[in-house]
Design a protein around this ligand. Structure first.
Ligand SMILES: *Cc1c(COP(=O)(O)O)cnc(C)c1O
Length: 397
């Protein structure tokens, strides 16, 4: 590993040309407070102790690194699955919400707000608010509230208030606008928990650091199993990019490790119904960050599409925009059909039903050949229980 961090964030809050904090004046005090304090708080021994204890006893970490023998035989390479699907609440998202609720506590905040699209981040946030006895308000587009009834019920069961966003297309970006408005109106007692490596600095870096536990564990787990900390390839799906950021983090500057980021191509990259953000995107500003995003010629953000609710985000975190632009990571786009096929394959070869987001990453094995001696790590970002109705409809089960 080199000492110079080329691919990680710099001290100005940028990954190369991407990142920064492009926010309305009225939000500046909130973001600045977080920016000034987050690293010092994260480095406190008491913070580290409580974070690690909760990851162990509440989330169930370390998540196993599992050698997938039958999947490896089928694709003639050595495949290890990092089992984030076994975390409490069924995905990697809880690593971040645990970290941020402790951050909120350290900052003296008593009220939590969040935005959610499919509801997964809302559930992970409501979960940690219940754990810490904090007030929780989740903004969600009115259309998404209709579409994601089970997650709305979960959030309510956990004691959160779900507030509908009624403007615009009544989906994720409108919920985000409502959350930002709330934060401007409640600058002193409220912390805004963002759900991926997106948003103004310091969110992308803070969330990446909380998710970095994934690659921290991979290193010692792989050392145990293979005698090396260094795999040949690490594969992860990318919506906003947080599970990929966590799986890549400790390998970012080790160019012996090939990083493979998988985006959702929906019905085809150029079909007009896609979420292949890096490939289709151009530079622009979304949610306070300069990054690659899908937009029309006159700069209107285009509505993304994917069969997987967790991947249909029109932007990508600034770390990934930089990994794309520099060629440090390989970006592949996987269609709905390819992902569904790969999800069924993992279920029947290994007895693991993956989230449809994860199934996109798994489809790489049908698109790209690896050497028999290669060690390939695939981050299983979540379990498929939440997607059962989608699988039922698709395969007519
Ligand atoms: C939310 C989600 C994703 C996408 O989010 P990232 O920030 O890109 O990781 C991927 N997989 C699962 C299971 C999710 O819930």
């Amino acid at each position: 590993m080199t000492e110079i961090m080329i691919y990680n964030i710099n001290d100005k809050g940028y990954y190369g040309e991407f990142g920064g904090a492009y926010i309305p004046e009225m939000l500046y005090p909130n973001v600045e407070e977080l920016s000034q304090k987050y690293l010092a708080i994260m480095n406190e021994a008491s913070f580290q102790k409580e974070f690690n204890q909760l990851l162990k006893d509440y989330v169930g970490r370390p998540s196993p690194l599992y050698f997938a023998k039958r999947l490896s035989e089928k694709h003639n390479t050595k495949i290890y699955l990092k089992r984030e699907d076994l975390n409490h609440t069924g995905a990697h998202k809880v690593n971040n919400t645990i970290g941020q609720i402790l951050m909120a506590k350290s900052l003296g905040k008593t009220r939590i707000i969040a935005e959610t699209g499919a509801g997964q981040h809302g559930v992970a946030t409501a979960t940690v608010c219940a754990l810490m006895g904090m007030q929780c308000i989740v903004y969600m587009g009115a259309v998404d509230i209709e579409r994601q009834a089970p997650n709305v019920a979960r959030m309510k069961m956990l004691g959160a208030e779900v507030r509908p966003a009624l403007s615009g297309s009544k989906t994720l970006k409108d919920a985000t606008n409502e959350a930002i408005r709330d934060w401007i109106n409640n600058p002193t007692n409220t912390h805004y928990i963002i759900g991926s490596v997106v948003g103004p600095h310091p969110y992308p870096d803070m969330v990446a650091r909380f998710q970095a536990v994934i690659s921290e564990e991979i290193k010692w787990q792989l050392k145990d199993k293979e005698g090396t900390e260094t795999p040949d390839h690490v594969i992860a799906c990318v919506g906003g990019g947080s599970n990929a950021a966590g799986a890549f983090y400790h390998y970012l500057d080790d160019t012996n490790v090939n990083l493979i980021a998988v985006e959702a191509a929906g019905k085809g990259i150029h079909s007009g119904e896609s979420a292949a953000t890096s490939i289709l995107g151009r530079e622009g500003i979304i949610h306070g960050s300069k990054t690659l995003l899908m937009q029309t010629n006159d700069g209107q953000i285009t509505e993304p599409y994917s069969i997987s609710a967790g991947l249909d985000y029109p932007g990508v975190g600034p770390m990934h925009a930089h990994l794309y632009k520099t060629g440090r990571a390989e970006f592949l786009a996987v269609t709905d059909d390819e992902a569904m096929t790969a999800g069924l394959e993992l279920s029947q070869l290994e007895g693991i039903i993956p989230a449809i987001e994860t199934a996109h990453a798994l489809a790489v094995f049908d698109k790209k050949a690896f050497k028999a001696s290669d060690i390939v790590i695939l981050n299983v970002s979540g379990r498929g229980d939440k997607d059962l109705q989608n699988y039922i409809d698709y395969f007519k089960l």
